[in-house]
Design a binder for this molecule. Structure first.
Ligand code: B1M
Length: 804
């Protein structure tokens, strides 16, 4: 069924999905650790019963029990995903009658590259398999849901789009801070998923319907397609044994009614809901008419976490990741390296770029591969949208496919061949596209000629289903030294294009001054002229402060910057935070104060630059003690990273990236410590673990290496360690000293439980605890024998215990 016919079926009506499957299955006997989809084969009657109850409650679409049926999870099961998906869809179809069945696709359960280890291509393959099996089994719709990683959602949407013709619904899961676990905010989700061509988007799971209202408002504000919401039955809480969902169907429905009045078209329930919830919301909405879905007129591009709107304020594109005239960059491109790209990305961001230009064009390299690598590298270190710049459509496609978010695709031009190649890419992956006013006849001298080409491109784009709001016209900056008369034609063309078509405009500013002295004077003046003509997106060198000053002044003079607020913030104060905003003071204070060399290791860790962290650590080891490098370089850097994370300046992927840099740096430190250590002395055996629920192990690993260095044998149980396992190891190895580490307020309780379990088992070992969240008081409270502030103190305690 096409999405259009599906919508026709529900003309002027709300669409109701069903509610939870997982929590219902638990009620019907699903055990912890059991794969829910296996019930499709082993207990089909139970699944049918649940579907039937939802259909009786009034659901228009029921969701097949296939949420987690991917090959990663079914690796060790005796059932294949083909068995469970086919059975799941068929059971649902049998029950559904004239109602519809959605193939349910949930997250893979693994973290995607570059943060984790699952590649985009591997995720795509997993989803493709599910889609193919599900469609063959008879699903009517594909529902991609509970996604907390936009990148994973993109892999799933592409898999659905490229391997089936079914309508695609996609919903993501948000946390209380209004972002997904990987940091995506609602508008970034909307622009990216819409650009990818999903039919319906929205939010599921996450929170209760009350807590979701703000997120739903944000989604509705930007979405031009139908919005779907499937909340949990309230905020989940844990009572020590079970997860509890508190709210009643009535309370749930009141919030659903609010959402319906605001414009949500499609409803259902997630964790904790049951047929009663669905019945009650249907009753609540029976006299309400759905609001019409309206096309919104925003032009926006996104990284995976942030959206940049084009149009109102001037948005700067950083120009320096371009091989033209950059010998170091060219050399790195030939060697397949990305250090220059990462450094430049971060530098241009701190200099005020809103979007990052990315060009990897060298004739002697494999540009397609390099563009993929470059995009991953950029998205690993900064959260700015990217302008993927290449005249080669294959490179554009590779970039657009691997990109996480909604990019600028630069460029198409008025030649038939170019439009035939580039527009399908824009349509398939989504993006704003730069339209160069050049065609088979070359660049017209006159402004009018360029406007004509712009018109042709805009009209042709419409035939591919690409909206005018996603087209950014480039009227082409010609070099004043060679084509002086055409300079003002470019300015005129910008003005005409804006007036006639109302599209956004872009210009590479620095082209204007090639071959002349004091280029910045010409660049700045040309920029001022172009801004006045209606330029939205100047591509500039962000190091040129004069260019940025002109933009700030222009925005005040034209009332874009109302009451000159931004201008005053930038130029009127010397306070620390404002200087930081302006880019004068980007590095955190902690890095500035330190001794020689330290600033760099801090920076490398904060920026997550693994190679640099390794390089600098090796250098530091020549002049500083290992312990000092940890205490005065690594820990302050991680503290800064933690602070930025807490304040929402960075998100989980960057936090992980910094931890990776520390891991690499610490590997060298560890080698050094062990090389210089007293390996031959055997002082005693110590067991170490990070407690259950806690995966932080950097601190524990430092403690381990230092203890080994002082001649102790360490049994390292790792992180997130089961209490039983710890007890077992202590017992079997006759351990005299047990060390426990915990970094989160939420896991200290497991430290307490571990200590209690050790005591209950009548084990006499001493227990030392550590970790940033602890102090002596806390250690006493939870019954530990010792508290160690740092690794050195842990060694002192061990020496004391084993000397007795
Ligand atoms: Co997370 N994390 N993290 N994190 N992380 C913290 C701890 C946090 C304070 C950040 C923040 O919000 N400001 C916060 C906890 C908040 C709280 O509990 N109140 C937090 C959070 C919330 C999370 C997640 C929930 C994020 C998410 O998923 N949304 C998630 C948790 C997952 C889980 O555990 N279930 C998470 C994940 C991660 C990463 C995976 C990305 C990464 C860990 C990588 C790894 O360890 N392999 C990470 C990191 C790096 C941090 C920060 C930035 C740094 C921690 C660290 O390694 N410090 C941290 C913020 C911070 O602490 N500034 C943060 C350096 C290390 C050397 O210090 O471990 O204290 P520390 O060890 C010291 C001493 O304490 C002592 O000696 C060591 C050396 O001197 N010590 C012992 C430690 N253990 C000892 C044992 C001993 C003796 C001494 O005897 C046995």
């Amino acid at each position: 069924m096409s999405f259009k016919s599906l919508l026709n079926k529900f003309d002027k009506k709300f669409i109701f999905f069903d509610g939870a499957m997982g929590t219902m299955l638990q009620k019907y006997g699903l055990q912890v650790g059991q794969l829910p989809e296996v019930f499709n084969v082993t207990n089909p009657e139970t699944i049918k019963k649940i579907h039937r109850q939802y259909l009786q409650a009034g659901s228009d679409i029921i969701i097949a029990n296939t949420f987690g049926a991917n090959e990663l999870k079914y690796n060790f099961s005796s059932y294949t995903i083909k068995d469970v998906i086919t059975a799941g869809v068929k059971i649902a179809k049998e029950e559904a009658g004239d109602k519809l069945v959605a193939l349910d696709i949930g997250p893979t359960g693994q973290i995607m590259e570059p943060t984790g280890s699952l590649s985009f291509q591997s995720a795509y393959k997993l989803f493709k398999n599910q889609v193919v099996i599900g469609e063959k089994a008879g699903a009517d719709i594909i529902l991609i849901e509970t996604m907390s990683d936009l990148y994973e959602a993109k892999a799933a949407v592409l898999a659905a789009k490229e391997n089936s013709s079914l309508p695609i619904f996609c919903t993501m899961t948000f946390q209380q801070d209004g972002r997904t676990l990987m940091g995506t905010d609602p508008k970034t989700m909307v622009f990216t998923l819409e650009a990818l061509g999903v039919d319906v988007l929205g939010v599921n799971c996450s929170l209760g319907p009350g807590e979701l209202q703000g997120i739903v408002d944000e989604i509705l504000k930007y979405a031009s397609i139908p919005v779907m919401v499937q909340p949990n039955a309230g905020l989940p809480r844990y009572d020590g044994k079970n997860t509890i969902y508190d709210i009643t169907p009535e309370e749930f429905s009141k919030n659903i009614l609010l959402m319906a009045k605001k414009g949500v078209r499609i409803f259902g329930g997630c964790c904790g809901t049951n047929p009663e919830f669905i019945k009650t919301i249907i009753g609540e909405l029976k006299d309400v008419l759905p609001r019409e879905v309206r096309e919104k007129n925003y032009t926006a591009v996104c990284s995976s976490t942030d959206t940049v709107f084009l149009g109102n304020e001037i948005k700067i594109i950083g120009e320096r990741i371009n091989p033209t005239g950059q010998e170091t960059y060219k050399k790195e491109l030939r060697e397949g390296k990305v250090n220059y790209i990462k450094k430049e990305a971060m530098a241009q961001k701190s200099e005020g770029a809103h979007i990052l230009g990315l060009n990897v064009g060298l004739p002697e390299i494999d540009e397609v591969k390099m563009m993929e690598k470059a995009i991953k590298a950029v998205q690993q270190v900064i959260q700015l949208p990217v302008n993927i710049d290449s005249p080669n459509s294959k490179v554009l496609e590779a970039g657009a496919r691997i990109y996480n978010g909604k990019p600028i695709i630069n460029s198409v031009n008025g030649r038939k061949k170019s439009m035939e190649e580039v527009f399908p890419i824009v349509k398939k992956y989504g993006g704003c596209v730069v339209a160069l006013t050049i065609d088979e006849e070359g660049i017209p001298d006159s402004a009018e000629g360029r406007v004509k080409i712009a018109e042709k491109i805009i009209k042709t784009a419409a035939c591919y289903g690409i909206s005018k709001k996603d087209i950014i016209v480039d009227c082409l900056t010609l070099t004043v030294s060679a084509q002086q008369k055409e300079v003002m034609e470019t300015i005129k063309a910008v003005k005409l294009v804006k007036e006639k078509f109302g599209v956004k405009t872009i210009l590479g500013v620095s082209n204007i001054s090639y071959g002349l002295p004091r280029r910045c004077i010409l660049n700045r003046t040309f920029l001022a002229l172009a801004l006045n003509a209606g330029l939205d997106l100047p591509i500039i060198n962000t190091q040129d402060q004069g260019v940025k000053d002109i933009i700030a002044a222009f925005e005040v003079l034209t009332s874009i910057d109302q009451d000159g607020k931004n201008y005053i913030t930038k130029y009127g104060s010397k306070s620390k935070s404002e200087k930081a905003k302006w880019g004068d003071n980007i590095l955190p204070e902690v890095q500035k104060k330190d001794k020689k060399g330290e600033k760099k290791l801090n920076t490398a860790i904060i920026e997550g630059m693994e190679d640099e962290a390794v390089e600098i650590t090796s250098l530091l080891l020549k002049s500083e003690k290992e312990e000092d490098i940890v205490n005065f370089h690594i820990i302050p850097a991680l503290d800064e990273v933690g602070r930025q994370y807490e304040e929402g300046d960075i998100f989980l992927p960057q936090l992980i990236q910094s931890a990776e840099a520390v891991k690499k740096s610490f590997e060298i430190i560890k080698k050094n410590i062990l090389k210089n250590g007293e390996k031959n002395i055997e002082k005693g055996k110590i067991a170490l673990a990070t407690v259950k629920g806690d995966i932080h192990d950097i601190g524990k690993n430092i403690v381990k290496v230092l203890l080994q260095n002082y001649g102790f044998e360490v049994i390292d149980l790792g992180r997130d360690v089961d209490i039983d396992k710890i007890v077992d190891v202590v017992k079997k190895n006759n351990i005299k000293l047990l060390g426990l580490s915990a970094l989160m307020t939420t896991t200290v309780i497991n430290m307490k439980k571990t200590i209690e379990a050790v005591r209950e088992n009548k084990l006499t070992c001493k227990i030392v605890v550590g970790g940033a969240v602890l102090n002596q008081n806390y250690a006493d409270m939870i019954g530990a024998d010792y508290y160690a502030r740092d690794a050195r103190e842990a060694v002192k305690i061990a020496e004391k215990i084993f000397s007795v």
